[in-house]
Design a protein around this ligand. Sequence first.
Ligand code: NAD
Length: 444
Amino acid sequence: MGKPDLGIMSRREVIGVGAAAAAALAAIKPVHAEITERKKRVGPNDKIVLGLIGCGGMGAVDMRNLMRKPDVEVAALCDVDDNRIPNDARDVEEKYNRKPTIYKDFRKMLERKDINAVIIGTPDHWHALPLIMACEAGMDAYCEKPISHDITEAKAMDAAVKHFKRIVQVGTWQRSTQEFTDAISYIRSGKLGKIILARAWKTDPFQVGKSQFVDPPKNLDYDMWNGPAALLPYSANHVHSNWRWFLNYGSGMTGDWGVHMMDICLLGMSKDTDLVMPTEVTSYGGKLAYPTDDRTAPDTVQSIMKFKDPDFLMHWETGRDYPGKPDHGSEFVSAEGKTLRVWRGGMKILDPGGEEIEKYRGEGTSDHWQNWIDCVKTREQPRSNLASMAQTTIVCHLINSSVLAGETVRFDKEKMDIVGRAGKNTQSYHREYRKPWKLPIYKV
Ligand SMILES: NC(=O)c1ccc[n+]([C@@H]2O[C@H](COP(=O)([O-])OP(=O)(O)OC[C@H]3O[C@@H](n4cnc5c(N)ncnc54)[C@H](O)[C@@H]3O)[C@@H](O)[C@H]2O)c1
């Protein structure tokens, strides 16, 4: 069975604890003795006090990467599932010799006056509200990708971050790794020539099987896990990690891996992190490989996007097989037929026949998590800043909008919106929030 995007570290074992252990954990009082009111701005020699919202998955990987930094301290953990917390709590206690405060409701964590910033490692349907509420609370954030469930949320998040002047790094860590930064600098240098086509792909071998609707387990606050998404009956194959294959919560492979791979195409074709955006998106897709599986996200997608100034096409594909290529990647094709291919772990420059014609090594790379820490202190924009990642995320949602609508979707970058009606009636564009949740919209 294939794997979803699990990031750079292998997925942790999900540990189980009994109700007593979970209750004991929940009752732990903060031993965060030197709690002080946070300063308006973290000084160069100050520690950044962090809270993690959404344990046990990629948010915990981010937390461990940040725990390696001497000027970071993790003070609090939050999850709606008691069973997801103990591994992370143990590591935090071992590192800082104090127990983190445990929360089940992130809004309580956001009331803390000593916490400077939060990591948002919740599923995609639960990024927008914690991020916007963190901005309202004066906190910075490291938010996982894709930034949102839909286009409306992405715009609301972008507006809130700008309104409250917060520093937000998004978890597209490939923007900080050697092969991808090399690919982008090579393309921007013009050495490959005029680019006529950018391509990105990822195999999708993932099936969730048949849903079994039962009562949610006692350790999980399922209502809070569902949050603003439409409430579906509980089934184990809808929640942890599997949610990405249900469009009620995630955006399938297009949002899960497309956001990484197309991000590289868009960055390479842009001058800086303000990205080129397509004017037209035509996509087809469906559950063609696994028609009887209960996932709702398409397992097969073909999308063509048209860009103006510079004029080029972009192709996104998710399917079953890519003979001779890695199972994921990004490519740039020149007018002369040369190709630059890049994937996690390598980059090649090829002639039209597929022969490697050049080796290239650029300026090197830096640490994605350190880049965020530095920017929290300097107030500069991080490499995967939220405004830029809102753009890549919106491209993913435009593709799904086109698949769902069965029509070409047109986009206006100035308005950051779909032009006309095609695509607007899809859940990738907008969904009604389940009461009592509301999406705040701030003026920039
Ligand atoms: N950057 C990367 O390379 C990378 C890799 C994997 C996943 N991700 C992203 O990380 C995010 C999490 O993915 P995952 O696979 O770790 O998911 P997951 O389902 O394994 O973990 C999410 C955790 O959030 C918790 N949660 C849900 N609602 C919550 C709420 N309201 N408050 C607090 N906790 C809540 C869940 O109980 C669960 O423990 C997603 O956005 C995903 O796309 C990024």
